[in-house]
Design a protein around this ligand. Structure first.
Ligand SMILES: Nc1ncnc2c1ncn2[C@@H]1O[C@H](COP(=O)(O)OP(=O)(O)OP(=O)(O)O)[C@@H](O)[C@H]1O
Ligand SMILES: [Mg+2]
Length: 257
């Protein structure tokens, strides 16, 4: 369960470029729910994800993760409970380490398994089993440096790495946006499979409206730091891409754009 209560966030307080983004934002995401989040550029999606992860802190309000108040907990400490994959395919993995070393590091929540003696060989078979279903042949490239992989391969590896330990929350910020259409489909399908198999509470921001309506249990549309649309159940199942486009146009007209 994730809860954001009465969150206020202003960037550059007191400066000429002061930007009020959130003014009394509330959101409650039950355990295991898969939420897709859409909204125009600058509507506050990444700000919310950054607040949840502790990359930035609210001016006021509280954030709870599984009942614990994490509002002032550092990003580093929260990272044990939260997996995150970014749009930038360079961010989730370490380029100068091999696939095996990357997996080993992720497996032990940031500490190597017996580094110096080499990676724990017992885990290698388990890693191969995790990679084989991706269909990318990574299971046969364990000793290859991650920096030499394609963006799609790195994103698939990042997904596996951030979900291989028990996490309470998965945060995805346009994680398929930098990928070609075929690879984007592969990563969204992989995401869906992992989220469903493990039942991880997930927030996925996307500008791909088809992904937003085809995946997840609940759909949120952000607008100017607020939730403009919150669909689940029957309403969520019935919504299609055209409905969302209509709503975007309506908002745009109302905002005078
Ligand atoms: N570090 C920052 N300093 C100042 N203003 C910021 C900062 N980060 C975001 N903002 C502002 O906050 C508002 C919300 O930005 P945010 O990045 O959360 O939007 P977004 O919905 O993720 O947009 P996009 O779809 O473009 O990724 C914007 O007006 C943005 O300019
Ligand atoms: Mg963003």
């Amino acid at each position: 369960m994730l809860e954001l209560k009465d969150i206020y966030k202003t960037y550059n307080v007191g400066l000429i470029n002061e930007t009020k983004v959130l003014e009394g934002f509330n959101l409650s995401v039950p355990k295991g729910q898969f939420v897709t989040v859409i909204g125009s550029n600058g509507s506050g999606k990444t700000t919310i994800l950054n607040l949840i992860c502790g990359t930035i802190f609210p001016n006021s309000g509280k954030i709870f993760l599984d009942g614990s108040d994490v509002t002032s907990m550092t990003e580093f400490r929260r990272a044990r409970h939260i997996g995150r994959v970014f749009q930038d395919t360079q961010k989730g993995t370490s380029p100068n380490m091999t696939i095996l070393e990357n997996l080993s590091l992720a497996d032990n929540k940031g500490r190597f398994h017996g580094l110096g003696l080499g990676v724990n060989r017992k885990r290698i078979d388990a890693y191969r089993e995790m990679l084989a279903p991706l269909g990318l042949g990574l299971e046969n490239k364990l000793d290859v440096l991650v920096g030499s992989l394609s963006g799609g391969q790195r994103q698939a590896l990042a997904m596996v790495m951030c979900t291989m330990t028990d996490i309470e929350l998965l945060i995805l910020d346009e994680h398929t946006a930098a990928l070609d259409p075929k690879t984007s489909e592969l990563i969204i399908e992989l995401t869906n499979k992992i989220v469903r198999e493990k039942g991880i509470t997930t927030m996925m921001v996307t500008h791909n409206l088809r992904h937003a309506v085809s995946y997840g249990d609940r759909l949120l549309m952000f607008h100017r730091g607020g939730i403009e649309m919150d669909l689940s159940g029957e309403a969520r199942r019935n919504v299609d891409v055209d409905d969302l486009l209509d709503r975007f146009n309506q908002i745009s007209i109302e905002s005078g754009n």
